[in-house]
Design a protein around this ligand. Sequence first.
Ligand SMILES: Cc1cc2nc3c(=O)[nH]c(=O)nc-3n(C[C@H](O)[C@H](O)[C@H](O)COP(=O)(O)OP(=O)(O)OC[C@H]3O[C@@H](n4cnc5c(N)ncnc54)[C@H](O)[C@@H]3O)c2cc1C
Length: 377
Amino acid sequence: MDLAYTAEEEAFREGLRSWLKAALPSLPPRPDPADWPARRAYDTAWQRRLYDAGYGAVHWDAPPAQRLIFLEETERAGAPYVGANFVGLLHAGPTVAAEGTPAQRDRWLQPILRGDEVWCQGFSEPGAGSDLASLRTRAVRDGDAYVVTGHKIWTSHAEVADWCELLVRTDPDAPRHRGITWLALPMDAPGVTVRPLRTLAGTAEFAEVFLDEVRVPAEFRVGAENDGWRVTLVTLSYERGTAFAGEVVACRRVLGEVARLARGNGRWDDTALRRRLGRLHAEFGALWRLVQWNVSEAQASRGAPGVGGSVFKLRYSHARQELYDAAAEVLGADALDADREWVADRLSSLAYTIAAGTSQIQRNIVAERILGLPKGR
Ligand SMILES: Cc1cc2nc3c(=O)[nH]c(=O)nc-3n(C[C@H](O)[C@H](O)[C@H](O)COP(=O)(O)OP(=O)(O)OC[C@H]3O[C@@H](n4cnc5c(N)ncnc54)[C@H](O)[C@@H]3O)c2cc1C
């Protein structure tokens, strides 16, 4: 694989760079991170501007190199990232694009790209996180609709979402992985109750979602009834393989900043610390190569990057935590200054080895599906 960008790709970079230079000065100030309605408004407005400028679909339809350049350039320019649009743009939308009918693609994709509609993910339940296939939220077919009853948890951005990629059990008698169905749930349907959960960082990042006999039209089912596990693997593969790609670019920037601070405050003289930063530099460089690989795989297979996403997710989430540990060491007492972004970023780094599947689960996948080792049980 040739990892160098062509002249044409560099021309795309130049065009994007000048568009960003013109667009960014007129951006309003970023909202309070705890204010999700304001964050939704801000993030969707930015998505709309990207859409109007022809960059709305860059995460899906653009050639891999353009997607990567987009991530590099938006981060370099300090542009907002997907935020409230995360699920829709980075894994629900791509799943609908890969698995939906033409009518479903027409219904859902443009509103995501225009920033008109925000999605959340209703996979986890109180008894079904790592062991997702043990989910119990029931959906019973009644005429042209499913009647859904159950309880979801850790649903990020549920408070401000219009749609939810929802996993339900449609056949309780089938083997666990075979009785699951993937539905698009309208969050304003009668019977949906959202109860926000406060996190360690003090914001209500995610919520519990209670579903009480919610009617979901059968036409909102993506994939066949009881074939939802296969569709889910597509979603998870995008979520683990490419959705965090932009954050690798951000981590590389943060690492550069940490090194600069260390040079300024004398910590750079500590050989062990310098080695740590050097190792992280190599790690994030390798992760960026892995991003390039995963994005190309997704493109080549008209779909998801496959189990390679688990390798990325595993290494990335640990590297991110190590980065913020190193930053805390360099910053000393300043790392505890609650007014600075470092505190929030360090706290949120802790979530990455859990969200989108814990590290233990990624290791199981790597062991069983890549290395071919025997299953634990
Ligand atoms: C910031 C954040 C955002 C999230 N957003 C969403 C969202 O939008 N939508 C959504 O559906 N979910 C979301 N989640 C939930 C997330 O996917 C789950 O927390 C995760 O899958 C783990 O499930 P659990 O919390 O039930 O832990 P459990 O599955 O109960 O696991 C507990 C511990 O046991 C370990 N363990 C369990 N089974 C095994 C095994 N077979 N082998 C080895 N170890 C094992 C786990 O690794 C973990 O350490 C989010 C989580 C976080 C932290």
